[in-house]
Design a protein around this ligand. Structure first.
Ligand code: PLP
Length: 432
């Protein structure tokens, strides 16, 4: 591709980046390499690959050509230097935290996060002494006030699941830079079509590809992107997997050998070779295919979500809607600044009739499916207080804006009048 003289735009990259016609067969679509092992040319080559003296495929737990195509594509779309695909969004967060930190370390976390992330963070704290320090609020100053000498990173979402709050990524990135901490952003709800956190100062971006990237709700997956922006050598002694010698790799120092994408290499060596949650080539293939239509889908997701949110806001059975693209909403300014196309299609609303009304509404839906995924082509609804967020304490639920009266919607690509008609008839049943 003539990328050097003519930089390709986002929609073109979504279709082409990271994959080319197969040189062996001419196959236009990225082949699925269902093989665990790759034949070595010599024992020297095998030894060099194992010692990280040269790159190459050896065993699909650590890398695979189909998975590598997905990694290159997402890295390109995020403006990252490299990416590492993993078996789920949960394992993406796990590997980021475990690669950056060891027991006794701490990190500052947004108080408003996906329930599964909060659950993982609290469990890692209790069992492995990896401490999340939750900021008191969502502003950059709140994050800064939470930093301690033990703090090794800052973690937030770009758009928060489930309430669609848009975070001030650039403001939080400034705080991170001032304190020489890497900023980690979960970009699942925005996807790179709406927000590219690296452009706002993030150092590490991760995704659950189970959502918008895959798009059709067929496969679980995750990916970690390394911006290559963080100055690891300047923080020597603080991130030992990255700046200190690996004795079992002949003294390999990751930041010396791979200065442009040290974090991605450390994630692959520790996260995939040692811990092992690699992505299947089949799932990588389905995700790659999904990404080809990402820019188109995200536009329509946002249009439909905005129309549904506006309808709900004016409905007499509805107490509030949390979708910051609507006028007069909390966080409207940040949404306008970061996501002019709209803050995605996952948002919450509350019923005046409390939990009984929320339950009746969900059970009354016909077109909208009652299930726990988000970011699919099909529209979905769930009651987060008893499902995705049920493990949280009452205080954490309040911070995440998921009371018993709250419903989370993920608006899909159906005709919007059909969607509103379905939601209207379910709300009518609540009124009755
Ligand atoms: C779903 C989700 C995850 C976890 O991803 P899985 O692929 O389900 O493991 C992490 N972060 C956010 C924001 C999510 O919505």
């Amino acid at each position: 591709m003539a990328t050097e003289t003519r930089p390709l735009r986002f929609a073109t990259q979504a279709v082409h980046a990271g994959a080319a016609p197969d040189p062996a067969t001419g196959a236009r679509v990225q082949p699925i390499y269902f093989t665990n092992g790759f034949v070595f040319e010599s024992t020297e080559q095998a030894a060099d690959i194992f010692a990280m003296r040269r790159t190459g495929f050896s065993y699909s737990r650590g890398s695979n050509p189909t998975v590598a195509a997905l990694e290159r594509r997402v890295a390109t779309l995020e403006g990252a230097k490299a990416a590492v695909a993993v078996s789920s969004g949960q394992s993406a967060l796990l590997l980021v935290l475990m690669t950056l930190m060891k027991s006794g370390d701490a990190y500052v976390a947004s108080p408003r996060l996906f329930g599964g992330s909060l659950g993982l963070m609290n469990r890692l704290d209790a069992r492995y002494d990896l401490k999340p320090l939750f900021a008191k609020g969502l502003t950059p100053a709140d994050f800064e006030a939470t930093i301690t000498p033990q703090t090794k990173a800052i973690v937030c979402e770009s758009i928060v699941n489930p309430c669609a709050t848009v975070m001030d990524i650039a403001g939080i990135a400034e705080v991170a830079k001032r304190h020489n901490l890497p900023l980690v952003v979960d970009n699942t709800l925005a996807s790179p079509a709406l927000i590219r956190p690296i452009e706002h100062g993030a150092d590490i971006v991760f995704h659950s590809t189970s959502k918008f990237l895959g798009g059709s709700g067929q496969t679980i997956g995750g990916i970690i992107c390394d911006a290559g922006t963080f100055d690891w050598p300047a923080a020597v002694g603080r991130y030992n997997l990255i700046t200190e010698p690996w004795a079992d790799y002949d003294g390999l120092v990751v930041s010396d050998r791979f200065p442009d994408f040290s974090f991605a290499v450390a994630c692959r060596l520790f996260g995939l070779r040692d811990l092992g949650p690699g992505l299947s080539p089949m799932n990588a293939f389905l995700t790659l295919t999904g990404i080809e239509t990402l820019p188109l889908r995200m536009k329509r997701h946002c249009q439909n979500a905005k129309a549904v949110a506006a309808f709900l806001k004016d409905h007499p059975a509805v107490a509030w809607v949390s979708y910051p693209a609507l006028p007069g909403q909390k966080g409207e300014e940040l949404a306008a600044r970061y996501v002019p196309d709209g803050p995605g299609s996952i948002f919450t609303f509350a019923l005046k009739g409390g939990e009984p009304a929320a339950v009746k509404f969900i059970m009354g839906l016909e077109l909208v499916s009652h299930l726990v995924n988000i970011g699919e082509i099909k529209s979905l609804a769930i009651h987060p207080a008893t499902t995705t967020h049920r493990q949280l304490s009452a205080a954490d639920k309040a911070a995440a804006l998921v009371g018993p009266e709250t419903v989370r919607l993920s608006i899909g690509l159906e005709n919007v009048e059909d969607l509103i008609a379905d939601i209207a008839q379910a709300l009518d049943q609540v009124d009755a």
